[in-house]
Design a protein around this ligand. Sequence first.
Ligand code: SF4
Ligand code: SF4
Length: 225
Amino acid sequence: MIVAQRKGIEEVKKMVEGKSRILIAGCGTCVAVCMAGGEREVSILASMLRIAVKLDSGRDIEVAEITMERQCDREFIEPFDKQMRGYEVVISTACGIGIQFLAEYLGDIPVVPGVNTKFLGSNEGGGTWFERCRACGECVLGETGGICPITICAKNLLNGPCGGTNKGKCEVDKDKDCAWTLIYRRLEKLGALDNIRKIFPPQNYHAQTHPSRMIHEAYQKEEKK
Ligand code: SF4
Ligand code: SF4
């Protein structure tokens, strides 16, 4: 999932300074799970904004609220089209993808971020999320026992460990486990320690030029017809 964190009210307030008709658009998927931008957080942010503006300037402002299932998908945005028109500014609490997509969709209405998008990670429970993937486009998890060296290793080493690993900890941050020690131990458990001797070729950075675009093969065939 995409992990995000709510922006502070002062920052949000500054982005919508002077506006009286504001819409907050939440997303019901990843950002809802990480308690940053779902329906509940939209409602909290709307109340905070109304109160903050009233306290600052004595003004009553209109802050409307919507939450769509996915803000990165036109199919889910379109049903809200009419509801979104007529506002001076939209605060999107979706991840950076949803914010950009909504901004492009709305065109002449400014869309500002209500959250900071942090990383792709897993829910570890107890309000903790852990980064797992950097979307490199050439997944090596099959060789590394399901542990991503690009994300977990501080130096993103595809062939590790480096000379600084010490008692299972990373030399860059001693509070963090060395990715390659984790990989070694996992491979040992899997009876696949031979993998540790494999040398990975350098990553193909041409495959990582951004922004990436991918067309599903079924649709490519459609295009060729
Ligand atoms: S190797 Fe790591 S960064 Fe690349 S796709 Fe797999 S999990 Fe993601
Ligand atoms: S100590 Fe391990 S995790 Fe840290 S940079 Fe070296 S190989 Fe990577």
